[in-house]
Design a protein around this ligand. Structure first.
Ligand code: ZN
Length: 182
């Protein structure tokens, strides 16, 4: 198997930490998941995982100048309607981004048994009249944004197990690579 260079990004960054709900701060949670995913993937000889953090533009610029094979920006979902629940993975619409999203979504859904909201093209605010999210639009290599659960839903939060989420993301990435090889 060829060596895959993987960019692992925590969603948001220290000066703009994303959603704050139910006593949690999105960035603080995604950093932990990203860090565990980094460790998980680097155990495989054919994976070179890198932790890429900073503002959205910094991350994308970093990824595009360093020739990555794939990139993942980890988020946790949040809406004002507290009953909304489930797992989704956003892609750019390119073939490989869709394949990667599909593999990650499969692993997350199998593991958490939350509502399968599917993989979807990642538009700003989920509105297909708006532009694709910058991370998906501007990153040159296949890129995805997994949203394993809703931080705004107390039931979903019972599944906020950083170790397990990172393992599902890792398994999805490995399964994507295997599919590319065969
Ligand atoms: Zn977010």
């Amino acid at each position: 198997m060829k060596n895959y260079k993987i960019a692992i990004c925590p969603g948001h960054y220290k000066f703009q930490k994303g959603a704050r709900v139910n006593g949690l701060i999105e960035y603080d949670e995604t950093v932990v998941i990203a860090d565990k995913l980094y460790t998980y993937l680097n155990d495989y000889a054919f994976c070179s995982a890198y932790f890429v953090a900073g503002s959205l533009r910094t991350k994308v610029k970093d990824i595009n100048t360093k020739n990555f094979d794939l990139a993942i920006d980890i988020h946790l979902n949040s809406v004002t309607a507290k009953h909304v629940s489930g797992t989704e993975t956003l892609h750019s619409g390119s073939n490989n981004s869709m394949l990667l999203a599909e593999k990650i979504q499969d692993e997350l859904v199998a593991c958490f048994e939350l509502v399968d909201r599917g993989m979807k093209k990642g538009y700003f605010e989920g509105n297909n009249k708006k532009r694709l999210l910058y991370f998906l639009r501007a990153t040159k290599c296949p890129a995805v944004i997994p949203e394993p659960l809703f931080m705004s839903n107390k039931f979903d939060l019972e599944y906020l197990d950083h170790e397990l989420i990172s393992k599902c993301l890792g398994l999805g990435i490995l399964s994507y690579m295997r599919e590319l090889e065969y």
